[in-house]
Design a protein around this ligand. Sequence first.
Ligand code: AR6
Length: 182
Amino acid sequence: MDHLQIGQTRLELRQGDITTIAADVLVNAANDRLAGGTGVNGAIRRAGGPSIAEECKRIGGCPTGSAAITGAGRLQARWVVHAVAPVYRRRPEDAQLLHGAYAASLRLAEEAGARSIAFPSLGTGVFGYPIEEAAPIALDTVAAHVRAGTGLTLVLFVLYSRRDHDLYAHLLADRATARGEQ
Ligand code: AR6
């Protein structure tokens, strides 16, 4: 299953490079210094140009489990939300911090007035969070947030690999079945 409608909001899966996605907000897999990096961060900074790094430098940093917002430079998006997932260490607080990174991103997007947002799979690259553990947190955080009421009409999960996409698709189908939703 590649989408789930919850009220006025569509949750949808895509496979590919997040920098090619048309959405008001692209979420970046950032670090707590809001410094440059590889993976999603490298791709967003390359595609968006230097203004994103300049804004990040002015902000200075962001606690793990939270997020910060900047403009989107040359990207088609209007904003980039820099979400800081935890480095995975098998600690009990890892899940709470990952949840916090997703929840803070949604709040910042809503406060900015965004209608659509695209998330990568936060934490599951360089930061080592196993995607089997991270994906349910991502989907359940977003679904709970949407059910509580949101101005967002589209939430995209952009998975880089087919394997990650298919794992998300299974989880989305499970959730739709459990709630009798399509
Ligand atoms: N579009 C969508 N997903 C991508 C892309 C892309 N262009 N590139 C990679 N992925 P990561 P993290 C997937 O490492 O684990 C950086 O250096 C990737 O396959 O980008 O949160 C930052 O500066 C993986 O599934 O983010 C931080 O220091 C997922 O995106 C640190 O890495 C996240 O991988 C953050 O690590």
